[in-house]
Design a protein around this ligand. Structure first.
Ligand code: ATP
Length: 317
């Protein structure tokens, strides 16, 4: 039976702007997404029984149909029934390294890896844009997780425009293990508090989303100017998450005072906070100082680096 091992990187949001409501109930967003080298390892294997099985080493991650990786396999089975009956079922083993419910797209990147893995297992020969299109039906972040690198994401977050990739900036991540923020809660609360400032007419909505392409942070990315990128970090969801989760606010404040930190921001709907740093040495020093400032066992810290790739295949048997 054939199998593939895939690396599924997490993402951070360098920019997240909520522009308005969409007719489908989602928000119209303008984001800049960045892959980082903190990644899950996914094994995708053909099995002789016609079923989908998921295993995961993390107790908080479900292994039933509520797992996004399971749903990705189910989607492939529905879309390609002939291949499913020809090659049999799929066993997915998720080795979790990305913190769960953290704003780092852990579930989305696992789903992206399963789409890529099954495409290979079943010799479907799908293009990247076909895989991204399938991914968009599973979740807004899945297309970016397939592609990876650095990209502008508009619409629900599924419409991607690649940017020149960044890989020279180090990223220190901080997350309280026991703290989770529901993405649905964050967006719902934002709507309750700020919907009176939403752009209403469709033309202005699209114009605002397009304006991100010529925004200051995009210019800084084109120039690969780490200092300017860090100065232009932005996340509208901080307006609702920071007042409600004082531990996240504290992380933002403590990161902000550390020597060597170019800029700091919450990723996605949180609660992970990240800091951008110029070198690995500085990143390790920032991690150490943050640990001293907040000596709480519940606080998890990671030193990672921006990366240029999405899902990668590391081995096939
Ligand atoms: P995003 O940044 O896309 O909003 P997130 O990083 O905040 O995502 P996830 O780690 O994807 O959040 O987890 C959100 C919820 O989804 C978890 O509470 C978990 O129960 C569920 N889940 C389903 N499948 C997975 C998976 N493969 N990995 C992690 N969580 C999963």
């Amino acid at each position: 039976m054939r199998s593939y091992t895939l690396i599924a990187p997490a993402k951070i949001n360098l920019y997240l702007e909520i522009i308005g409501d969409r007719p489908d109930g989602y928000h119209e967003l303008a984001m800049i997404l960045q892959s980082i080298d903190l990644a899950d390892k996914i094994d995708v294997r053909s099995i002789s029984v016609d079923t989908i099985r998921v295993h995961c080493n993390h107790p908080q991650v479900p292994t039933d149909k509520s797992n996004l990786a399971y749903r990705a396999a189910e989607l492939m089975a529905t879309q390609f029934p002939e291949a499913f009956s020809k090659y049999g079922g799929v066993e997915i083993t998720i080795n979790k390294h990305i913190p769960v419910a953290a704003g780092l797209a852990g579930g989305s990147t696992d789903a992206a890896a399963v789409l890529v893995g099954i495409d290979l297992l079943w010799k479907l020969g799908l293009t990247q844009s076909e895989l991204e299109e399938l991914g968009a039906t599973l979740g807004s972040d899945v297309p970016f997780c397939v592609a990876g690198g650095t990209a502008i994401a508009t619409g629900r977050g599924e419409q991607l425009s690649p940017l020149p990739v960044l890989d020279h900036i180090y990223v220190v991540l901080a997350k309280y293990r026991s703290l989770e923020v529901s993405t649905a809660w964050a967006y719902k609360t934002y709507r309750q508090q700020f919907s009176n400032s939403y752009i209403r007419d469709t033309e202005s909505l699209t114009a605002r989303a397009n304006a991100v392409h010529s925004g200051e942070i995009v210019k800084a990315i084109l120039d690969k100017n780490s200092t300017k990128i860090a100065q232009k970090l932005h996340n509208d969801l901080e307006h609702v998450v920071l007042p409600a989760y004082l531990q996240v606010l504290q992380l933002r404040e403590v990161f902000g005072t550390q020597e060597g930190v170019l800029g700091t921001m919450m990723s996605g709907s949180g609660p992970t906070v990240f800091a951008l740093v110029e070198s690995e040495q500085q990143a390790q020093a920032v991690k150490l100082n943050l640990r001293k400032a907040i000596p709480d066992e519940d606080l998890e810290l990671f030193v990672t680096r921006m990366t240029t790739h999405g899902i990668q295949v590391t081995s096939s048997v």
